[in-house]
Design a protein around this ligand. Structure first.
Ligand code: NAP
Length: 249
């Protein structure tokens, strides 16, 4: 007898939650489990969607989870910079012998008036900042360590939750989710006397307001380039990802 379809959706992005909601609505017969790493204290969970929180214990742990729970396909819709999880997803699907695909939202494109400098990594982003700059670091807590080697900087750090550990360097801390409103983001950058924006090319509508705000204020943006894409099928729209979940291959 054919196995009942059971999709495991690796999330942590707005798109993963949207996909889970849409599949629930149009194909309630397909079992779907949304998985989150548990990085934020109070994640917004999509209503009516089965969810689990926490790591699997590497690729082997994920492969075990897939086998033990009878998962039939794996969609990796984690953040474009969550390379560790994407690597584990590829390996686990291979070990468990189930189809896997990756959803990737398109990166932001430079437009007229943007003052972008694209760099390879966090360290090159740090080194690109001029002496005494006041950068706005729109980076998660696990990505800020390299900036401790630049005591001349006066960073402003934005994080969703207040950090559990003391910061590794002196910084002005702004907590909370980014605003989707350009005017609010520009007011925040201006209020703190920010000279540069440092961020990743996450793509998507939610984080774009800070980029538009930097353009409005004519602030340079140090943009950390995306890591290489995972191998295997890449789905670049929600429609394509939804079709794949309905008929994975
Ligand atoms: N990187 C970013 O800038 C960013 C931004 C926004 C949201 N996020 C989200 O935050 C999460 C963590 O990001 P990261 O960059 O720390 O990832 P990462 O370095 O690629 O992953 C580190 C570990 O976190 C666990 N993990 C990650 N995503 C998971 C998921 N969806 N479900 C269960 N476990 C997960 C896995 O632990 P085990 O090995 O124990 O399985 C993984 O090995 C991701 O889900 C991502 O979508 C990341």
């Amino acid at each position: 007898m054919a196995q009942a379809p059971f999709a495991l959706l690796l999330g942590g992005t707005a798109e993963a939650s949207a996909l889970a909601r849409q599949l629930r609505t149009i194909r309630p017969d397909i079992r779907l489990l949304l998985s989150l790493a548990g990085r934020t204290k109070a994640p917004t969970l999509p209503e009516g969607v089965e969810t689990r929180i926490g790591g699997f214990g590497g690729a082997d742990g994920l492969a075990r989870f897939i086998r033990e729970h009878g998962v039939t396909c794996l969609l990796d819709a984690t953040h474009p910079y969550a390379v560790g999880m994407s690597r584990n997803a590829a390996e686990a699907a291979r070990l468990a012998g189930i189809p896997r695909a990756t959803f990737l939202r398109p990166p932001w494109e430079q437009t007229d008036g943007d003052l972008w400098q694209e760099v390879a990594c966090l360290r090159t982003a740090r080194d690109a900042l001029p002496l005494g700059a006041r950068p706005f670091l729109a980076l998660g807590s696990q990505h800020i360590a390299p900036f401790r080697h630049r005591p001349d900087l006066r960073p402003v750090l934005r994080q969703v939750d207040a950090p559990a550990e003391p910061l590794p360097f002196a910084a002005t801390l702004v907590t909370g989710k980014p605003s989707e409103d350009v005017v609010e983001e520009a007011a925040l950058l201006r209020e703190h006397g920010v000279t540069h924006l440092v961020c990743r090319n996450s793509g998507g509508a939610r984080g774009y307001a800070k980029i538009a705000a930097a353009r409005k204020l004519q602030l340079p943006v140090i943009l950390i380039r995306r890591p290489p894409e995972p191998d295997g099928p890449i789905l670049r729209s929600l429609d394509a990802a939804l079709s794949w979940l309905i008929s994975p291959s």
